[in-house]
Write a new protein. Structure first.
Length: 753
C-alpha cells in the first residue's frame, strides 16, 4: 500500500539516503506530478536554526531557472517533517559514470562541462553560488540533458556543525580557507571535474588536511596525456589556478574558452516534467458527447468522480482527449446519457470493473459519483477517501449545475446568466457554502466583462469577503479571492489564494487554469504548462486555456505548435473571427490579416468573449491600415486613463497600445503605454521579453528601466506559491487587496479559519 505524507505526497519509492535525509520518488497530488521529495532527518531539524537556514538556502536556490539546473519547487513542513521538492531527473550521476567506466571521450567531457557552465552562469546572474560542484551533483538524464543539482544544499548541510561547505577534492583553495564564496569557486570546481573527466583520475586524494595542503602546493592542475589537446589542457590549467586573481574570471568566460570544442548542434528542447509514474495507475474519464442536451449532468458527475478519485493514493485521473492519455489505463470510465446516466468502467483487458445506472436527475449526481468512486476504488484495490457534502434538493441542484456549466463558458452573456442562476439558487438556500462560493467566483469573473464602472468589482469584492467569512475552506472561495486580487493588480496575493484553492480542492480545474495563466504570463513556462495541462485534464472545455498555450508557443516563435493548437483545439472558424487570433497574426507580421479580422462588419472580433471594446479593436485595425497618426492621441489617452474598474483589464489595454505603437515604430508611445500598464500591476514578463513586435524597441533598450519592476513581480509569484510555509496550512493568513484613500491599493491582512 502506498504511504501518503500529510495527505499530499504519495511516497512511491525510495531513491536514496544521505547525511541530510531520505529522497523519495513521490507523487504530488496538488500538481499531479511525480517529483523528487527530500525529507530532512528529524534529528537535524532539532539542531538550533538548522531548518531555518536550510529553508533560506533552498529559497535562494529556487531563483535559478535553466535547462541545465534541476528546479527546486517548494520548501515546507508536513507532519513535523521539513521537506523540499525538486524536479525528478531520470538518469544517473556523472560520478557513477566515472566510477563505472573511467575517463570520458574528450568531446563528451567538454559537452558536459559546457552544459554545467551554462547553468552556473544563470545561477551567478541571480547571485547564487553553488559551492559544491562535483560529479555526484551532476546528473546525466536519459535523452542527453546534463543537469546540475543540489544548489545551496552544501551550505545548509554543514552549517549546524560549523564545517566548511563543499567537498574537499573539488573545493577552491580560498573556499577551503573559509573565505566568502564567489563565482570563482564554482569555476575552480568545474575545472577539477573537467580534469577528472579527461583523465579518469581524481585530481586530489587523501584526508581533507592532506588535500588542502596539496591545493596550497600546486599552482594549477596539469594534464599531460597525449590524446588531450594542449590548448584544452591549458583551459583546465587556467580554470584551476590556485590564485583566484589568475583564474578564469567567470563561468561565462570559461564557457567561451571551451566553445571551440563544443559540438554546435541544436539544443534539445527541455522535456516536460513527468506527469505519471509506474507506481501510479491511470484512470481515463470519457465524458458524454458534445451534442447531448443534458450534458451538464454528465459533466457534473465527471467532476464529482474526479474529485473523489483524485484523493485516492496511487491513482491519476486524465481526460480521454488528452495527448498523454494512456491507451491501456487501469480503468476507462465511460458516461452515456439517455433516459438515465450509465457509467461503465473497464480495465486494460476490456474486463468490466463497474457498471452503474443512475437517474438523470441533478439531485442524484453527487450520490451517484460517490457510488461509482467507491466501487471503482474497491475494484482497483485503493483507498477511497469519502469527502462529500450533503446533496442539494432537486430544484436547487438543477439551478446550481446549469449555472456552473454557463460560468465555464467565455463571454459576457453566459457569465451574466450564470450569476443570475446562482442568485435564484441562493434565494432558496441562502446559507449553502457551495452556492455562496460559486457565486463569488462567477461575480469575480464577471468583472472583466462589466467595464463601465467599478460597481461590478465592488459587488464581487463584497461577495468574496462574505464567502471568505462563511466558507473559506471551499476552493471556489479562494479562486474568487485570487481573481479579485488580480482585478486589484496584486498578482502575489492572487497566486497565494490560488495556491490555497488547489490545496483545498486539487480537482478544481479553474484553480489550475488561473494559476497556470499567471505563471505563463510571468515567464514561468514549465510550471505554467504543467498547471494548464492539469486544468485541461480535469475539464477539457476550458477554451481560454487553449488560447493561453497557443500564446506561449507564439511568443517562443514556435509557430508550428501554435498552428497545431489553433487548428485542432481552437478551430478554423474562430481563428478568422476572434480578437486573440488577430493579435497573433500581427505578431507574425501579418498586419493586413489582423486588420481584416478586426475590421469585420459583424463585430465578431470584438464580441463579448474577448472582453475588449469593439471601438478599441477597430482603432487597432485602423492603425494597422495606416492611420496611426490619427489614432495615436486617442490610444495614449486610453492608456493614461482607461476608465476600467479592473486593474488587470486596464493593464491589458495599455499593453495592447504599447504593442501596436511598437509595431508601427513609435517607441516613445510604446514606453508611455507600458509605464501606465505597470501602474496597474502589469507582470507579463514573457510578453515583454519575447513579443516580436517589441524587438526593435527592446534591442534599443527602451524598456530597460521597466523590466526590473516586471521581473520582481514575476519572482513574487513563485515566492507566493513556493515560499516558506507549513505546506499551505488551512490556518495561514491570507490577504485581499482593497482600494485605499489615495487611489492606490493597501493590503489588509485577515485570518480565515
Amino acid at each position: 500500500m502506498i504511504r501518503t505524507l500529510g495527505g499530499r505526497f504519495d511516497l512511491l519509492s525510495l531513491l536514496g539516503e544521505g547525511g541530510m535525509g531520505a529522497v523519495w520518488r513521490a507523487r504530488d497530488r496538488e500538481l499531479d506530478e511525480v517529483v523528487a521529495l527530500k525529507l530532512i532527518r528529524p534529528e537535524l531539524s532539532a539542531i538550533g536554526d538548522m531548518v531555518k537556514r536550510f529553508r533560506s538556502e533552498v529559497k535562494l536556490a529556487r531563483r535559478v531557472t535553466h535547462r541545465h539546473v534541476a528546479r527546486i519547487f517548494e520548501v515546507g513542513t508536513l507532519e513535523g517533517v521539513a521537506f523540499f521538492t525538486m524536479e525528478l531527473i531520470e538518469g544517473g550521476s556523472l560520478g557513477a559514470r566515472l566510477r563505472l567506466g573511467g575517463r570520458l571521450p574528450w568531446r563528451e567531457a567538454v559537452t558536459v562541462a559546457a552544459a554545467i557552465l551554462d547553468g552556473l552562469e544563470a545561477a551567478h546572474a541571480v547571485g547564487v553560488v553553488h559551492r559544491d560542484v562535483k560529479p555526484d551533483n551532476i546528473l546525466l538524464e536519459h535523452g542527453g540533458r546534463v543537469v546540475l543539482t543540489d544548489f545551496g544544499i552544501a551550505s545548509a548541510r554543514t552549517a549546524a556543525a560549523g564545517l566548511l561547505a563543499g567537498t574537499p577534492v573539488y573545493m577552491a583553495p580560498e573556499q577551503a580557507a573559509g573565505e566568502p564564496p564567489t563565482p570563482a569557486v564554482d569555476v575552480y570546481s568545474v575545472g577539477v571535474v573537467l580534469y577528472e573527466m579527461l583523465t579518469g583520475a581524481a585530481a586530489f586524494a587523501g584526508t581533507p588536511p592532506e588535500i588542502f595542503e596539496a591545493k596550497r602546493a600546486r599552482e594549477a592542475l596539469e594534464i599531460t596525456l597525449p590524446d588531450v589537446e594542449a590548448a584544452l589542457a591549458d583551459v583546465v590549467r587556467r580554470a584551476t589556478a590556485r590564485d583566484a586573481a589568475r583564474r578564469v574570471r567567470s563561468a561565462h568566460e570559461l564557457r567561451g574558452l571551451l566553445g571551440r570544442w563544443v559540438d554546435p548542434g541544436p539544443v534539445p528542447v527541455r522535456p516536460a516534467r513527468r506527469r505519471s509514474d509506474a507506481a501510479v495507475r491511470d484512470v481515463v474519464i470519457v465524458p458524454p458527447g458534445e451534442s447531448e442536451p443534458r450534458r451538464y449532468l454528465g459533466d457534473a458527475l465527471c467532476e464529482h468522480l474526479v474529485s473523489r478519485l483524485w484523493q485516492s493514493p496511487g491513482l491519476r485521473v486524465v481526460a480521454s482527449w488528452q495527448p498523454n492519455a494512456p491507451a491501456a489505463p487501469a480503468a476507462r470510465v465511460t458516461l452515456t446519457i439517455d433516459d438515465a446516466i450509465t457509467v461503465s468502467a473497464r480495465d486494460a483487458g476490456e474486463q468490466e470493473l463497474v457498471r452503474v445506472r443512475l437517474p438523470a436527475a441533478a439531485d442524484m449526481v453527487q450520490a451517484g459519483a460517490s457510488a461509482v468512486a467507491s466501487a471503482l476504488a474497491a475494484a482497483l484495490g485503493v483507498i477511497d477517501e469519502e469527502r462529500t457534502a450533503p446533496e442539494l434538493p432537486a430544484e436547487i441542484a438543477e439551478l446550481y449545475l446549469q449555472a456552473r456549466m454557463k460560468a465555464r463558458r467565455m463571454g459576457r452573456t453566459p457569465v451574466n446568466e450564470a450569476a443570475a442562476l446562482f442568485e435564484q439558487a441562493l434565494e432558496l438556500a441562502p446559507d449553502d457554502g457551495r452556492l455562496i462560493s460559486a457565486r463569488a467566483m462567477t461575480l469575480a469573473r464577471k468583472v472583466f466583462y462589466d467595464r463601465a464602472d467599478d460597481r461590478a468589482l465592488r459587488i464581487a469584492e463584497e461577495a468574496t469577503r462574505d464567502a471568505l467569512a462563511r466558507c473559506p475552506d471551499r476552493g471556489e472561495t479562494q479562486i474568487a479571492a485570487g481573481q479579485v486580487a488580480l482585478h486589484r493588480g496584486d498578482v502575489g496575493a492572487a497566486a497565494h489564494h490560488l495556491r490555497r484553492a488547489i490545496a483545498r480542492a486539487p480537482h478544481a480545474a479553474e484553480a489550475h487554469e488561473w494559476l497556470g495563466r499567471i505563471l505563463l504570463e510571468a515567464g514561468h513556462l514549465e510550471e505554467g504548462i504543467a498547471r494548464v495541462e492539469t486544468a485541461l485534464s480535469l475539464d477539457p472545455r476550458l477554451e481560454l486555456v487553449h488560447w493561453e498555450i497557443a500564446r506561449a508557443y507564439a511568443l517562443e516563435g514556435d509557430w508550428d505548435r501554435y498552428d497545431l493548437i489553433a487548428r485542432e483545439l481552437i478551430g478554423q472558424n474562430r481563428l478568422s473571427s476572434t480578437a486573440w487570433a488577430a493579435r497573433f497574426e500581427s505578431w507574425r507580421g501579418h498586419h493586413e490579416r489582423a486588420r481584416a479580422i478586426l475590421g469585420g462588419g459583424d463585430g465578431g472580433a470584438g464580441s463579448g468573449e474577448s472582453g475588449l471594446p469593439l471601438e478599441f479593436l477597430r482603432r487597432i485595425g485602423a492603425a494597422y491600415a495606416g492611420d496611426w497618426a490619427g489614432q495615436r492621441d486617442g490610444f495614449l489617452a486610453l492608456a493614461a486613463a482607461p476608465g476600467q474598474a479592473s486593474a488587470r483589464r486596464a493593464s491589458m489595454l495599455c499593453q495592447l497600445v504599447a504593442e501596436v505603437a511598437a509595431a508601427l515604430g513609435d517607441t516613445a508611445a510604446s514606453v508611455v503605454a507600458l509605464e501606465h500598464a505597470i501602474g496597474h500591476g502589469f507582470f507579463d514578463l514573457h510578453w515583454l521579453d519575447r513579443c516580436p513586435l517589441l524587438d526593435a524597441a527592446r534591442d534599443a533598450g527602451a524598456f530597460a528601466h521597466l523590466r526590473p519592476l516586471v521581473a520582481a513581480r514575476s519572482a513574487r509569484i513563485l515566492e507566493a506559491l513556493y515560499g516558506d510555509s507549513p505546506s499551505h496550512g488551512a490556518t495561514a493568513d491570507t490577504m485581499m487587496a482593497t482600494p485605499s484613500g489615495d487611489g492606490g491599493h493597501s493590503l489588509i491582512e485577515s485570518t480565515w479559519r
